[in-house]
Design a protein around this ligand. Structure first.
Ligand code: FEO
Length: 389
């Protein structure tokens, strides 16, 4: 795709990766993704902000044909989906320097073997005068790695936010137009990439609040010409209270655990508690992650395989532990044939979550009167706790 003008002297470059279906060998990309780079021309200096992933380097090189001079390439974040073309751009423009944090410099040197003298490291709050345009660099660690920063273009009131506020979506909309579609993609992105750092993001949002931001140009997805749309959404995802919702990731081998899930679902619904269920044999883990942004309670349902949990249930627990949702309560239900140690193993997989574990319900074979009574009691406890949130 050819460069697209955002306004005079500011251009979108980059790549739409329509066909990519997995990120970090983990995260499903149902709508592909984009790698956004931005060319900003001042009266004296020209800057490229971020680049593209390694397989897309030829695309950005083609877009840079006719750009005679680049003085700086700002690397907000060392992950190769944004820094993939930094070495190539430095090679094409021998006078150019990479602008980044000290930590980012070290990472880029480790990853790409770029010589140290090609860098200009910037302190938090430092500015760079391009002639009529000024870049202000704001260090924002952990969105999404510890070396990350964002850039505010003062005169044009544009925030170049890199991963922060991004969405994995390949769209020809330069600016967000289909808000419902983007909301879902951005929430999925938040759940998978940003949620583990929610406390830090709260601080970053506070820091950005006084800035007059008229456009957010993230490095994935369309640009936000209505920044409040995404900033308000982040405010809710980061700071909002958990909702009256139970997420149940489950596996069932012969139907007994599913019967328990069905019974618990009915009991919760009768108590006006919302439920979202995810069959772990087929689930898009992005959808599970999105549900975990809101849920107050997680109930993992698993049969016993030999003596432990089904590996897919353990995987769901590991995922929840990794992305650190704000859920306050959790429990475990499931069936077994002759003996089980699932509770210890699932609970041990959740060390990052500061949650109250409600009494689990495990039963031999199909759920009988005793297990059903215990599941009803679990539903009572969940409903009561949700009312107190
Ligand atoms: Fe889009 Fe953390 O890279």
């Amino acid at each position: 795709m050819k460069p697209r003008q955002i306004k005079e002297g500011i251009f979108w470059l980059g790549s739409l990766d329509w066909d990519r279906r997995l990120f970090d060998a983990l995260i499903p990309l149902p709508d592909g993704t984009t790698y956004n780079a931005y060319l900003v021309q001042g009266e004296d200096k020209t800057v490229l902000l971020d680049t593209v992933d390694i397989p897309k380097v030829p695309e950005i090189l083609e877009q840079l044909q006719g750009v005679e001079k680049i003085d700086f390439v700002v690397s907000h974040h060392a992950e190769p989906d944004h820094s993939g073309a930094v070495p190539t751009v430095l090679e094409k423009y021998p006078e150019a320097r990479a602008v980044c944090t000290e930590k980012c410099k070290a990472m880029l040197m480790d990853r790409f073997e770029i010589s140290g003298d090609r860098f200009l490291t910037v302190a938090d709050g430092e500015t760079l005068d391009l002639g009529g345009r000024t870049l202000e660099f704001l260090h924002m660690p952990w969105v999404h790695w510890p070396e990350t920063m964002v850039t505010y273009l003062k005169e044009d009131k544009i925030l170049f936010s890199c991963d922060l506020f991004g969405s994995h979506i390949a769209s020809t909309d330069l600016f967000v137009r289909d808000k419902a579609r983007v909301f879902e993609a951005a929430k999925r992105y938040y759940a998978e990439i940003m949620m583990p750092f929610a406390k830090l993001i709260a601080k970053h949002l506070e820091r950005l609040a006084p800035y007059d931001i008229q456009l957010i140009a993230a490095s994935h997805g369309s640009l936000y010409d209505d920044p409040a749309f995404i900033m308000d959404a982040y405010g809710e995802w980061v700071l909002g209270k958990p909702q009256n919702l139970v997420v149940i990731p489950y596996v069932s081998m012969h139907g007994s655990t599913r019967m328990m899930v069905d019974f618990l679902t009915d009991e919760l619904v009768q108590r006006d508690v919302g439920v979202m269920r995810f069959d772990l044999t087929e689930v898009d883990i992005g959808k599970l992650a999105m549900a975990l942004v809101d849920a107050a309670t997680i109930v993992i349902a698993t049969p016993t395989v030999l003596t432990g949990p089904h590996p897919k249930a353990l995987y769901a627990a590991a995922l929840a532990n990794l992305i650190r949702p704000k859920a306050r309560f959790a429990s475990i239900i499931g069936s077994y044939g002759w003996g089980t140690k699932v509770v210890d193993q699932i609970a041990a997989a959740l060390p990052n979550l500061k949650i109250e574990i409600l009494p689990p319900v495990l039963g031999k074979g199909i759920p009988k009167k005793e297990e059903k009574a215990a599941l009803s009691e679990m539903a009572d406890q969940i409903a009561q706790r949700h009312r107190q949130l």
